[in-house]
Write a protein that binds this ligand. Sequence first.
Ligand SMILES: C[S@@+](CC[C@H](N)C(=O)[O-])C[C@H]1O[C@@H](n2cnc3c(N)ncnc32)[C@H](O)[C@@H]1O
Length: 194
Amino acid sequence: MENLLVQLETILQALNLAGLFPKPQSLEVELGCGDASFLAEYARRQPQTNFIGVERLLGRIKKLDRKGRRAGLTNLRGVRIESAYFLQYLLPPHAAAALHIYFPDPWPKKKHRKHRLINEGFPTLALAALVAGGVVYLRTDDTDYFGQMTEVFGASREFQKVETPAELAEVLTDFERGFNAQGIPTLRAAYQIK
Ligand SMILES: C[S@@+](CC[C@H](N)C(=O)[O-])C[C@H]1O[C@@H](n2cnc3c(N)ncnc32)[C@H](O)[C@@H]1O
């Protein structure tokens, strides 16, 4: 089975999605997928959907390749790049039915908050990335960041709050399992294009 990590020939042109997957199916993207614990399992459970995991650390995205190949998944690919750049330049417009963003780096210091992925500009990026009716799924353990997430999406006229389906919520991420084991509460929210 071929390597599941996309070898980018250029980062100046959007991906040719049709060439990435054997089946032309609906696409979902996880930004900051870490070791792909969530994505490999979710892709296994949802063979009728194609998935791309985006992660900037090579050591972690290599685990997506390992897990996906071990499970024989043909609906999973990984891209090693920065998440916002991926949305802005590599994902063709209105290509994803869902964006999954789980435990993004919280940047707890006030002076570092500008580095947070979910900021005032994010709903606009998400709007351009998602198909009509597309959904952004969020999870975090950081109450301040959760407040920022709900604030920016709450302020957006284009999105409405929706429930996370149980079959999605039950698939845990690596960090989520760690927080659960330590008894640290986690928060989740989902926003759908109206
Ligand atoms: C706290 S970990 C969570 C990983 C995984 N989502 C989970 O819940 O187990 C955050 C992950 O996002 C990656 N990451 C952080 N900022 C990123 C960015 N701007 N672009 C791509 N990956 C990023 C980190 O390398 C790390 O693997």
